[in-house]
Design a protein around this ligand. Structure first.
Ligand code: 5RP
Length: 280
């Protein structure tokens, strides 16, 4: 199977339909050397509040940052908790407006302006879509508007196929639908959930896909297996949050993920080294 970043759109490489700036930003995130990425997601607070492991964002993120190919977070945490001298590309979550305590998940809009994203030197913009919910139309329309803004300024857009309480829809057919719709609306890459037959999802969405880790799995090995299976099925990488920062060894875990995603280690081999310090 062709690596995600050289998927073809009617015979044209994905890179060739993007502007130089947009390609340049995307290649800071999906590393050209392996055509893969290990993104660190720490945006959860935007609707979940101070979840376990991310109570104090700076404390959690600082030791992990050197091992992340990109950092996904909101402008509030970026401004307050990240050293502006960092060279790690920022995937700025620009959707929000709902919380876990509210009446319904999915009532999200664009809550950060493109001007602020540019001021913050965002490498990409992230927006959640809620396919199959009452907020489907609103979030899909906003995604398309964000793509227009991103194209204007050369900033790629990451569509996040959120499921929220709609967990039962985390099945191949639903995920393939959500990913394809996001790609059709112009998303440049997509964050989604791994499902059985993920190859079908990859095959039918002509942009790179990265997978979420979801709630903390029982063991680190389980999370490494998830990453490994997704990569084998054609994913361009991972955008893990809880399975890294809720691990008993978050730094060991992100290093192990790098070995699986970028170096082709087996999950078992990578998990054996979880306790050891490994150079990047
Ligand atoms: C919600 C999100 C999360 O905020 C987060 O990025 C998910 O990461 P993980 O599932 O790996 O903890 O994208 O839709």
């Amino acid at each position: 199977m062709a690596p995600a970043s050289i998927k073809l759109i009617t015979g044209v490489r994905v890179e060739e339909v993007m502007s130089w700036g947009l390609q340049n930003r995307l290649s800071r995130i999906i590393k050209p050397s392996t055509r893969r990425t290990v993104m660190l997601a720490v945006d959860h607070g935007y609707f979940l509040g101070p979840i376990k492991g991310l109570e104090n964002p700076r404390r959690t993120i600082t030791p992990l940052l050197p091992y992340a190919d990109a950092l996904m977070l909101t402008r509030g945490v970026l401004r307050t908790s990240i050293d502006p001298a960092t060279d790690v590309p920022i995937v700025l979550r620009v959707s929000g407006g709902n919380t876990i305590a509210g009446p319904v998940l999915g009532d999200e809009e664009i809550v950060t302006s493109i001007e602020d994203a540019i001021r913050l030197n965002a490498a990409a913009l992230a927006f959640s879509i809620y396919v199959g919910t009452e907020h489907e139309h609103q979030t899909l329309k906003a995604l398309a508007q964000l793509v227009d803004l991103g194209e204007t300024y050369g900033i790629p857009v990451l569509a996040v196929t959120a499921v929220g309480r709609e967990l039962e829809k985390r099945e191949t057919k639903y995920i393939a639908l959500a990913c394809r719709v996001a790609a059709e609306l112009g998303a440049h890459f997509i964050k989604t959930y791994y499902t059985p037959e993920f190859e079908k999802v990859v095959d039918s969405a002509p942009v790179p896909l990265v997978i979420a880790g979801g709630p903390k799995l029982e063991t680190e090995l389980d999370a490494l297996k998830l990453a490994h299976e997704a990569i084998n099925a054609g994913a361009a990488g991972v955008d893990f949050g809880r399975n890294v920062f809720q691990s008993s060894n978050p730094v060991g875990m992100i290093k192990a993920l790098r070995r699986v995603v970028h170096e082709g280690w087996s999950p078992t081999e990578a998990s054996e080294d979880l306790g050891q310090v490994v150079a990047r």
